[in-house]
Design a protein around this ligand. Structure first.
Ligand SMILES: Nc1ncnc2c1ncn2[C@@H]1O[C@H](COP(=O)(O)OP(=O)(O)OP(=O)(O)O)[C@@H](O)[C@H]1O
Ligand SMILES: [Mg+2]
Length: 283
């Protein structure tokens, strides 16, 4: 469904050329949850933003590669064509809900705008869909939340809105860039579980950008480990968690806080079960 081949991205800065992404290969099948893991600056966000066509600076250059979604190379599309793919096929859940939402509009009007843009519905239909979208992400008191502004919501509720917006066009693939880093541990788990539920209910594939192997153990079927812009290793989450080949991956796994050691031991079989379901679905 998504196939990245030999992707390289560089930034031309005053201090020289930064090779942010180097010859990256990455594939995602239907309903797959892939973790994209690596330390800060390893190129995870640049990879995700390149897929979305949202690099957002003229200093960025894609120096090689292809990004195929259902066989179409996104790098060859016009901005208008790409905007259609974004939303219909690709949705983004970013790290910071505050920057994704507009403080001067209600949650409802922002949701409706996205829904009307992608699905050509009337205002009243879009309002119904917006309400439904808030229900899908288990927002408490959704009717009331439609009329609320972002500052009236908790961090976790805002992130639910961002997920609802990303899902509004029913994308096949959700790109989630550290969607829970700004949240406390309990809310983090709720949001991860919400993403899992969406994956299971709608078959939405998820590219889960994270630096945390605990997240991989909790929810990913497959994982790609990046360092300094390159893919170091790649495989099923079970395989990489149990027998990482690269010392860097071993160190990342060892860095999962001891506090979660107990959790993680329980989480591996869970990921394994999901993997099994995923593999069966792929057959
Ligand atoms: N707009 C930009 N201009 C110049 N360099 C950039 C730009 N955006 C990213 N980079 C560089 O590209 C590299 C990869 O950055 P990226 O944001 O993908 O890291 P990351 O893996 O997402 O890290 P983090 O976990 O901190 O979010 C870094 O060296 C970064 O400094
Ligand atoms: Mg990042």
């Amino acid at each position: 469904m998504l196939e990245i081949k030999n992707l390289s991205v560089e930034f031309h800065t005053d201090g020289g050329v930064v090779h942010a992404v180097r010859h990256v290969d990455l594939t995602m099948g239907e309903g797959e949850i892939r973790g994209l893991v690596g330390e800060s600056g390893s190129g995870k966000s640049v990879t995700a933003m390149t897929i979305l066509g949202l690099l957002g600076t003229r200093r960025a250059r894609i120096s090689s590669g292809q990004i195929l979604v259902n066989g179409r190379n996104l790098l060859e599309l016009s901005p208008a064509e790409l905007a259609k793919v974004r939303g219909r096929q690709l949705g983004l859940v970013s790290q910071n809900a505050l920057s994704a939402l507009d403080p001067s509009f209600t949650i409802g009007s922002q949701l409706m705008e996205v829904i009307m843009w992608h699905r050509k519905l009337s205002r009243s239909e879009a309002r119904k869909e917006a309400l439904e979208a808030l229900r899908t992400v288990s927002m408490p008191d959704p009717e009331h939340k439609l009329r609320a502004y972002q500052h009236q919501l908790s961090g976790g509720q805002r992130q639910r809105v961002v997920i609802a917006m990303a899902l509004a066009a029913r994308p096949q693939i959700l790109l989630a860039d550290e969607p829970t880093t700004a949240l406390d541990a309990t809310v983090q788990k709720q949001i991860l579980d919400l993403l899992l539920q969406i994956n299971q209910e709608f078959g939405t594939a998820i590219l889960m950008v994270t630096h945390d192997f605990g997240v991989v153990a909790h929810m990913c079927h497959t994982v790609t480990v990046m360092r300094r812009g390159e893919v170091l290793e790649e495989g099923t989450a079970k395989h990489v968690l149990e027998s990482p080949t690269h010392p860097y991956t071993q160190a990342l796994i060892a860095a999962v806080p001891r506090l979660h050691a107990h959790d993680q031991a329980a989480a591996v079989p869970r990921a394994e079960r999901r993997l099994h379901v995923f593999q069966e679905a792929a057959l």
